[in-house]
Design a protein around this ligand. Structure first.
Ligand SMILES: Cc1cc2nc3c(=O)[nH]c(=O)nc-3n(C[C@H](O)[C@H](O)[C@H](O)COP(=O)(O)OP(=O)(O)OC[C@H]3O[C@@H](n4cnc5c(N)ncnc54)[C@H](O)[C@@H]3O)c2cc1C
Ligand SMILES: NC(=O)c1ccc[n+]([C@@H]2O[C@H](COP(=O)([O-])OP(=O)(O)OC[C@H]3O[C@@H](n4cnc5c(N)ncnc54)[C@H](OP(=O)(O)O)[C@@H]3O)[C@@H](O)[C@H]2O)c1
Ligand SMILES: *[C@@H]1O[C@H](CO)[C@@H](O)[C@H](O)[C@H]1NC(C)=O
Ligand SMILES: *[C@@H]1O[C@H](CO)[C@@H](O)[C@H](O)[C@H]1NC(C)=O
Length: 479
């Protein structure tokens, strides 16, 4: 089996497959002796292998390039992924861009099954004028920048204005707000990249507004992340009390996690703080706040039309209530002065091969329990399967489900494993012919050791090496 993408979806799918394969081989061997031996698989006596192909030279997807630098505990899943990668029947081939260096069709010919788990590498667009002005960034790129994603190294966001506006109220929006407002002393103890740290040291951003099209009861972030905002040293909350009208009354009907989240927002927005907290707030040099019932209409340019000077927001009202409430325009608009706009309205999967049955509206590969529609032997897992929502645990669950579908198909014979397939051998030959040099897992472990020791030297858990991916020039890494 080969897997495309080495984020949580790729690794959890691999882990589950490796776990069940020995049992499968044993059962099949027994069944060939008994009365069920209608189909004698010759291929099963080869030990099944799982090969992971990854576009970047380094593994782990959003765990390395998405998860916020100040959330190191989340990255512990890397230990589990490393155990999987070190198994003798699992191989990692980094620096291989599927769709460019090798096609999905070529992989399907080389392997009995191909699992696509290449995540969501694009961003949704706001679809408003001015979106492409300097000073407007997709959260995906801003996050990639502070986390060292090769394609975002040159981003150099302009942090010279006082107010930044973030559109969207999910956990990614809060990650971005926190990184913009965190004291440097905290950030410099994380694995944030050195160029980002230096840029943030010079940042003039003092106020971050987190703008949502709906109300407090519809925010997409979770309570832990809001609490981190409330606890930010040197920052005071700046909310609009009127946005919370009727919210206290609605509390009792909310499901528990949402209730706790809403209570925390209410308290932060409306409760008069104690003396100590009042003192802290009045001394804080930075501020953050949610702005509700607002949709972007236009990014406003400075007089030279060279960069962002503000954003025009439409004022909405809600139709319906609870999670399903819809934002409806009132016709009123409002301008906010700001020099930085970060659009955090969601990631988006891209079709890497024209042959894939791709639903471009939902931006997922059409599938049934991870079985790609009308394509025997082709599977999908992770954000490509479900769309770009859910934490790592959600991705783990849906990846295990895909692995189960695959094994079920082997058991039923709908996935034909009777012919021997060449696997990585034939792909390696193709890659060599095309001048592509894969990075193995032991290569990565060398990079890892270098990063850890460079980090240690400066008091960080890791100092990421900047590597160049395909969109730049292919670059041999100095190890
Ligand atoms: C900014 C951010 C912060 C997050 N923070 C948290 C958090 O704190 N806690 C939590 O539980 N969850 C968090 N999540 C959610 C979590 O990251 C996702 O649930 C999970 O990463 C999705 O896994 P995936 O494998 O589907 O995608 P990804 O992690 O994106 O992995 C996809 C992999 O495929 C590779 N790839 C792409 N195209 C190709 C190609 N053509 N050929 C080969 N390989 C390819 C990519 O390089 C990448 O390595 C966060 C998400 C984001 C966006
Ligand atoms: N610490 C963590 O655990 C952590 C950190 C980061 C990410 N993650 C997870 O990763 C997933 C992705 O996070 P995310 O923040 O990118 O996505 P998200 O949670 O889906 O949030 C997207 C936000 O964008 C808004 N939005 C979408 N389309 C819009 C539009 N056209 N105009 C205006 N607003 C729009 C949404 O509002 P509506 O609700 O109105 O659509 C929502 O507020 C989530 O499941 C998240 O929990 C977890
Ligand atoms: C997001 O991606 C699209 C390409 O699909 C791009 O045109 C757009 O400007 C990006 N950025 C934002 C902020 O939406
Ligand atoms: C994952 O699946 C388990 C078992 O089915 C379930 O208990 C858990 O809540 C799921 N987790 C997520 C985040 O979906």
């Amino acid at each position: 089996v080969c897997i495309v993408g080495s984020g949580p979806a790729g690794f959890y799918t691999a882990q589950q497959l490796i776990k069940v394969f020995p049992v499968w081989v044993m059962l099949e061997s027994i069944s060939t002796l008994g009365p069920f031996s209608t189909s004698v698989h010759s291929g099963v006596f080869d030990i099944p292998a799982v090969d992971i192909y990854e576009r970047l030279p380094v593994p782990f997807g959003l765990v390395r390039f998405g998860v916020a630098p100040d959330h190191p505990e989340v990255k512990n899943v890397i230990n589990t992924f490393t155990q999987t990668a070190r198994q003798s029947r699992c191989s990692f081939y980094g620096n291989v861009d599927v769709g460019t260096d090798v096609s999905v069709e070529e992989l399907r010919q080389a392997y009995h099954a191909v699992v696509l788990s290449y995540g969501a590498e694009g961003n949704r667009t706001m679809g408003v004028p001015g979106e492409d002005l300097a000073g407007v960034h997709a959260a995906k790129d801003f996050v990639g920048w502070y986390n060292g994603l090769p394609s975002c190294r040159q981003l150099r966001p302009d942090l010279s204005s006082e107010t930044a506006v973030i559109l969207g109220q999910g956990n990614v929006a809060l990650d971005v707000a926190r990184v913009l407002l965190s004291p440097l002393d905290i950030l410099k103890m994380t694995d944030i990249t050195q160029p980002a740290l230096e840029a943030l040291a010079e940042s003039q951003v003092r106020r971050v507004l987190i703008v949502g099209r709906r109300g407090p009861v519809q925010v997409a972030c979770t309570v832990k992340e809001v609490r981190e905002m409330v606890n930010l040293p040197n920052a005071r909350p700046e909310m609009v009390g009127a946005d919370f009208e009727g919210v206290a009354e609605a509390l009792k009907d909310l499901p528990r996690p949402r209730k706790r989240l809403t209570e925390l927002m209410l308290k932060t927005a409306l409760e008069v703080p104690g003396e100590k907290e009042q003192q802290r707030r009045s001394e804080a040099s930075h501020a953050w706040g949610f702005r509700f019932f607002r949709s972007p209409v236009e990014i406003l340019a400075d007089p030279e039309r060279s960069r962002t000077a503000g954003i025009r927001l439409a004022v909405n009202r809600l139709e319906g209530s609870g999670e399903g409430a819809r934002a409806v325009l009132t016709g009123e608009v409002e301008d906010v002065t700001c020099g930085l706009v970060i659009s955090s309205i969601g990631y988006k999967s891209l079709p890497i091969d024209p042959s894939l049955p791709f639903d471009s509206r939902k931006a997922i590969v059409l599938n049934n329990m991870g079985r790609v529609q009308r394509a025997a032997g082709l599977y999908c897992s992770g954000w490509l399967k479900t769309g770009p929502t859910g934490v790592i645990a959600t991705t783990m669950n849906n990846s295990f489900d895909t692995a189960r579908s695959l094994v079920e198909d082997m058991d039923l014979g709908t996935l034909d494993v009777s012919v021997v397939k060449p696997g990585s051998q034939s792909v390696a030959a193709l890659l060599e012919k095309r001048g592509v040099k894969p990075v193995t897992f032991s290569d990565w472990e060398k990079i890892d050791r270098v990063e850890l020791s460079r980090g240690e030297a400066v008091g960080k858990p890791r100092e990421k090496l900047s590597v160049t991916d395909h969109n730049g020039h292919r670059q041999e890494m100095a190890l």
